[in-house]
Design a protein around this ligand. Structure first.
Ligand code: NAD
Length: 360
């Protein structure tokens, strides 16, 4: 499918350097011909992939080493899409070079690394970091957020999010998922945990069960890939997350990612990858709302396996916040809270007991 990204006004030109051209090529593609966000350089350790992306998207500069790319004066923002275990190293290099950072999820792989990110933001106060939580920036989730912020849902009583997927392709194609430090809980449940936190605030306590599916066993994957997570938030609300990555018979009925908000005045259920949401408000009929016109923005190439539309949405939002002097969310503090919640979930799975979430 040819690219049809929608580009919105920023108010200033920014140079962007992108490292990690697996998922990161979605952003290169999405920013093609952007009037204000120019991909000045790309970086990848794989020379064939690097050359291919540079050539196909006509990127001016290509590097195999981030240390060289961050020296460029014409780069303002570094976008990081390297394996989870390398995020902290690459965030540090970008901060030390004075570049703003967008880092894909999970921000980092452990709570100790999240503390290090906070330390960096204190050491380099002029440098901004935003977490690339793509699911927040998918159309139905954006519509859901607007409905929530407009007060249409009333007060939230409960929220749940799930992320269910067939991960066989992942085990076979991502050698780093079999290396030390990788945890599928962080890699994948960072989506639904962040989404529930976005609405219910700071999680204080979690209780989780985990299991390993037949898919993971057959793939020789070392860790858990099935998670049921209960969360208790400051202020007393409770929420729930399901993460299941051993799906063997995919179906059309339930979305891969779903966020269900139950409020006093409205229920709003947003989906991914379906461009639709289910809504029911006080005094109105239940309705299925579709956003099919957005298909060329979100699914620009390679079917629905890339996130070019969400990446463009969040980079434009980040750049506009930089121009307006506003904090782009999720920022480092918000990212810390998601990582702290995931770390508590890991601890609860290990101990078989509820675990407290470390406060920022
Ligand atoms: N929805 C989303 O936002 C989303 C979706 C998928 C993956 N991701 C995240 O994106 C990241 C990358 O995942 P992926 O699926 O693209 O993996 P991938 O293995 O396809 O891509 C990673 C790329 O990084 C390159 N790389 C590795 N080490 C490097 C180094 N030191 N310097 C330069 N390049 C280096 C590799 O050569 C590879 O091309 C992960 O953190 C993953 O969790 C996010």
């Amino acid at each position: 499918m040819e690219g049809h990204a929608r580009h919105t006004k920023i108010g200033k030109r920014f140079g962007v350097g992108i490292i990690g051209l697996g998922e990161g090529k979605g952003l290169v593609k999405g920013l093609e011909s952007h009037p204000e966000l120019q991909v000045v350089a790309v970086c990848d350790a794989n020379p064939e992939l690097l050359e291919k992306i540079r050539r196909v998207y006509d990127v001016p500069h290509a590097y195999s080493d981030l240390a060289e790319m961050v020296r460029r004066q014409d780069i303002d923002i570094i976008a990081i899409y390297t394996p989870d275990q390398l995020h902290i190293e690459h965030i540090t290099a970008a901060f030390q070079a004075g570049k703003h950072v967008i880092c894909t999820k999970p921000l980092v792989n452990a709570l100790g690394e999240a503390r290090e990110v906070i330390r960096l933001t204190e050491q380099y106060p002029q440098t901004r970091l935003m977490v690339g939580q793509s699911s927040r920036f998918f159309g139905p989730m954006q519509h859901q957020r607007r409905a929530y912020e407009s007060g249409k849902l009333g007060k939230l009583s409960f929220a749940e999010a799930h992320y269910v997927h067939d991960m066989r392709w992942f085990y076979g194609n991502r050698p780093w998922a079999r290396e030390g430090g990788f945890d599928l809980l962080f890699a994948c449940c960072s989506h639904p945990v962040d989404l529930v936190r976005w609405y219910l605030g700071d999680a204080e306590e979690v209780f989780a069960y985990a299991d390993q599916s037949f898919v993971a066993k057959e793939a020789g994957f070392h860790g858990n890939d099935t998670f049921i997570i209960n969360l208790k938030f400051a202020g007393g609300r409770i929420g729930r997350v399901l993460g299941f990555y051993g799906l063997e018979q995919p179906h059309q009925h339930r979305p891969w990612i779903e966020v269900a908000l139950y409020g006093t005045a409205g229920t709003f259920i947003a989906s991914y990858p379906q461009l639709q949401s289910l809504q029911k408000f006080t005094g109105e009929h239940e309705r299925l709302e579709t956003y099919f016109e957005d298909i060329y923005h979100y699914f620009q190439f390679e079917g629905i396996n890339h996130h070019a539309g969400e990446f463009v949405n969040y980079l434009e939002y980040f750049a506009r916040c930089l121009v307006g002097g506003k904090t782009a969310l999720p920022d480092a503090g918000d990212g810390f809270k998601t990582i702290a919640t995931l770390e508590a979930i890991r601890e609860s799975i290990r101990s078989g007991r509820p675990a407290n979430v470390e406060a920022l």
